[in-house]
Design a protein around this ligand. Structure first.
Ligand SMILES: *[C@@H]1O[C@H](CO)[C@@H](O)[C@H](O)[C@H]1NC(C)=O
Ligand SMILES: *[C@@H]1O[C@H](CO)[C@@H](O)[C@H](O)[C@H]1NC(C)=O
Ligand SMILES: *[C@@H]1O[C@H](CO)[C@@H](O)[C@H](O)[C@H]1NC(C)=O
Length: 297
């Protein structure tokens, strides 16, 4: 799969060092304007006032654009409401993800691959641990992701990572670090969202190109909320990993899906999953990654 590679070449050039503001209050950040800033394509994107809590990501022939959280976090529940590019979005990718940076980076992704008008987006999920990715699972949306805002949440704690869409878990990646399967548990991550031109691979393997006559392509973001442990350097690793009441996202009810969630996820997997790396024997030449043999939920 090409997506991870192009993704990182882009970010290599696009990421600027961010200004970290010194919040001292609780582990909650709200308001888009207060907690994120643009790191790319500023000239044509905007954060629309504090009241609206709304931001736009714009792609035109000059550039894409992206935002980044000022803070980095280690574990927590990170939410964004997103309304994707409507109409003919073929060749565009809108991404929402956590990313640590560094040579052996960790990363947890939602990527929305556009399509021609009337054809479904692909929701791609992936996870990188210590620099290694290639763990894609993909879904067709069961709703029109361009008609309204939908809630994309990444719940990340020492037990597992859960990808939620409108409160429905669509994927779980469990921590089997003790059995030498890599897990993102030591590197803090910032929250990113961006839109970019991926027409060399994103839609039907690159066959469908961006129709620039339809530019600008605009995705909208709303109500960013990171209820997450703020990372303040290596000393905060143990603070963030501790199962204290402040770190509620790591408490027992959040260490495993409940049975109602499990039922919903199984229904989504059965009806809407379109790709699972753990079933792609050909790609891995018969040697599937270790986590594919472990129960994930
Ligand atoms: C978004 O989804 C998460 C996970 O289900 C949930 O905790 C949160 O309350 C939701 N946020 C909104 C604004 O609905
Ligand atoms: C891994 O092993 C350590 C030591 O036995 C234990 O404290 C920890 O809870 C284990 N982690 C997981 C995710 O099972
Ligand atoms: C776009 O629509 C076509 C036809 O329904 C489908 O095969 C494809 O998977 C869709 N998504 C992308 C990203 O190409």
């Amino acid at each position: 799969m090409e997506m991870a590679i192009s993704f990182h070449i882009l970010w290599g050039v696009a990421i600027l060092i961010s200004v970290v503001l010194g919040f001292h209050s609780s582990a909650v950040t709200g308001n888009v304007e207060r907690s994120i800033h643009y790191n790319w394509g500023t000239q044509h994107s905007e954060i629309l006032g504090t009241g609206d809590d709304d931001a736009t990501l714009v792609l035109d022939q000059t550039s894409g654009s992206g935002i980044e959280s000022k803070r980095s976090f280690l574990f927590g529940s990170v939410e964004m409401l997103i309304k994707l590019v409507p109409g003919n979005s073929a060749g565009t990718v809108t991404a929402y993800y956590l990313y640590s940076g560094g040579e052996k980076h960790d990363e947890i992704d939602f990527e929305f691959m556009g399509n021609k008008s009337g054809q479904p987006y692909t929701i791609n999920t992936n996870i990188f641990t210590q620099g290694g990715g290639g763990r894609e699972q993909q879904f067709k949306p069961w709703f029109d992701p361009t008609a309204d805002f939908h809630n994309y949440t990444i719940h990340w704690n020492p037990s597992h990572v859960v990808w939620y869409v409108d409160n429905i878990p669509i994927r779980v990646y469990r921590n089997y670090e003790n059995e030498t399967i890599p897990y993102p548990s030591k590197q803090a991550m910032r929250v990113y969202s961006s839109i970019w031109n991926a027409d060399s691979w994103a839609t039907r393997g690159g066959l469908v190109k961006i129709d620039w006559k339809k530019a600008p392509f605009i995705a909208r973001l709303r109500r960013f909320r990171a209820r997450a442990c703020k990372y303040d350097g290596p000393l905060s690793i143990s603070k963030c990993a501790a199962p204290t009441p402040l770190n509620w996202w790591s408490s027992p009810p959040y260490n495993q899906l409940n049975s109602a969630e499990l039922d919903k996820m199984k229904w989504i997997i059965k009806n809407y999953m379109i790709y699972d790396y753990c079933k792609d024997l050909k790609r891995f030449r018969g040697l599937l990654p270790g986590e594919c043999f472990k129960p994930q939920y």
